[in-house]
Design a protein around this ligand. Structure first.
Ligand code: ATP
Length: 492
């Protein structure tokens, strides 16, 4: 946090009048500000809240209780002889009041020549537009591993049962991404239940993280049992994923490899993109978080960016995890004119995060087409790789049909050559549909599934590729220029 502290000191020394520390961790912010005040004498930290009024200012204790305007007036009159950092708690709630907003703007101009700083602290919030220029924003990252380690070890030592080195290490790692308050809660619960902390608390930490995701409107925690063995074909993609999985290990770090960033899967409907996202998470033993782009953009203009930041923080809290951005083309497909540029700004946030992220969040983005995707997203270096999931080849149709038959009729050993021939142009989902339809035919007559059922079912289904031929051709054309790798080992 040294870098963050230095940045804060610099802002205070530079007479920043209004500082918004973007964080929901008020207690932690107060501690950090107190430390800053100590580093920068003769500054002092005072705080204000609606109920208690002003605290930490001799002769004015309790001033401004239930009167937000009064505390601002107090600061305005304060002389330069007592340089003050004023933390105004919950103040974002009062900023919609025209009088308060005006006063903050006046104060902002006045304080530029005074050694005082007003600090607001809140998580996601869209300030009124007229305060945009007056507010300086400083993001407070979630506690870093070293802080969590110190916190856990202090709590354990105080409880009389210090943690052994490896348990402390494991708990610290598991808690990374939780806010300080949440870490304290996990510790308090452990102490209340068993009188000490230990390995048993790891499950609790995971649950805490799961709930953090459940509180998000945009992320969904997906439970899945899919494995790469459930995917027919797509061998090139599967081999590549195997390689990337190994790159998450400590050995890979020692070897000098960067953490994998993610993969973009492009292809027509039903070719196994979602299935692959699920299989990656399950086989890598990582939680799968599905991001609903529609919900990211729903609601108030401006709120989307705050929601994006919050979503990224939550995903990072779950790391190592897989963040599945489903139908990314639907979210970022617009030209930005229809929504006042919101989608462009959100996209910029996501791209910056992807380029700079150091956390073990593996992004799996899926899209049906590329024509709507912004060029910045497709540029090399955003994703580790872009894969085209084309309609299955002849060999792949064979393995997909076999897989779906085996899942439902494990003892069946039907010849599949004829059905494979009849299903050219079928997607994986359509092949699965063919198997299910054939089983209906057999079950209606209370007999075992036969080859003819499969052939009949295949004849009745009109694959999407027949109606969306042009779209598919242009996708293949695009991929053939080297911009995407085929997910299948051999394209026929
Ligand atoms: P969409 O673009 O419509 O979201 P998608 O590419 O994500 O489609 P999936 O949802 O993964 O397609 O596929 C739907 C179902 O089709 C899967 O749950 C699976 O049962 C079957 N399926 C698709 N591709 C394959 C495959 N390669 N192997 C086995 N099953 C497959």
């Amino acid at each position: 946090m040294k870098e963050w502290d230095d940045h804060l000191d610099l802002l205070i020394l530079a007479s920043t009048p209004l500082l918004w520390i973007r964080s929901g961790e008020e207690e932690r912010v107060e501690v950090l500000l107190r430390q800053a005040a100590k580093r920068l004498p003769p500054r002092r930290l005072t705080s204000w809240d609606f109920i208690e009024g002003l605290q930490g200012a001799p002769n004015s204790e309790g001033l401004g209780a239930r009167q937000p305007m009064a505390v601002l007036q107090w600061l305005q009159k304060l002389t330069t002889s007592s340089p003050t950092i004023l933390l105004v708690k919950d103040f974002h709630r009062f900023c919609d009041d025209p009088g308060i907003a005006r006063m903050l703007r006046n104060l902002s101009a006045h304080l530029r020549h005074q050694p005082h700083t007003v600090v607001l602290c809140s998580g996601p919030w869209t300030p009124p537009h007229d305060l945009d220029d007056a507010l300086t924003i400083l993001d407070l990252p979630l506690p870093q591993e070293i802080e969590i380690k110190t916190l856990l070890s202090n709590i354990a030592n105080q409880s009389g049962s210090p943690l052994s080195g490896d348990v402390l290490e494991e708990l610290t790692h598991a808690c990374s991404g939780l806010s300080e308050v949440r870490v304290r809660q996990v510790a308090a619960r452990a102490l209340a239940q068993r009188g000490q902390m230990g390995r048993e608390d790891l499950a609790e930490v995971l649950e805490e993280k799961r709930q953090a995701v459940a509180r998000s409107e945009v992320l969904e925690y997906c439970v899945t049992q899919a494995t790469p063995a459930d995917i027919g074909g797509l061998d090139a993609l599967k081999n590549w994923l195997d390689q990337r999985h190994q790159a998450f290990s400590d050995d890979a770090r020692i070897f000098g490899l960067p953490l994998p960033r993610g993969v973009l899967l492009v292809g027509p409907q039903g070719t196994g993109k979602s299935l692959t996202a699920k299989a990656i998470a399950h086989s890598w033993s990582m939680p799968l978080l599905r991001l609903d782009i529609g919900r990211l953009f729903a609601g108030l203009v401006g709120a989307s960016e705050a929601r994006t930041r919050e979503t990224i923080q939550r995903a990072e809290a779950m790391a190592p995890c897989v963040l599945w951005i489903d139908e990314i083309d639907k979210g970022f497909g617009g030209d930005g004119r229809s929504d006042g540029g919101t989608s462009q700004r959100v996209l910029a946030n996501v791209l910056t995060w992807m380029a700079e992220k150091t956390s073990a969040v593996f992004v799996v983005a899926t899209a049906n087409g590329v024509e709507k995707l912004p060029a910045e997203l497709l540029r090399k270096g955003r994703f580790d790789e872009i894969f085209l999931l084309d309609l299955p080849t002849i060999q792949e149709r064979f393995s997909i049909l076999k897989l779906h038959i085996q899942q439902r009729r494990p003892n069946s050993n039907l010849p599949l050559d004829a059905v494979v021939d009849r299903t050219e142009g079928f997607s994986g989902a359509e092949l699965e549909q063919t198997v299910i339809e054939a089983m209906h035919l057999a079950f209606a007559e209370r007999r075992e599934l036969e080859e003819t059922d499969l052939i009949l079912a295949a004849t009745q289904l009109i694959p999407l590729s027949r109606t969306a031929k042009e779209q598919l051709e242009s996708l293949k054309q695009w991929a053939s220029t080297g911009r995407a790798r085929p997910a299948s080992l051999k394209l026929i």
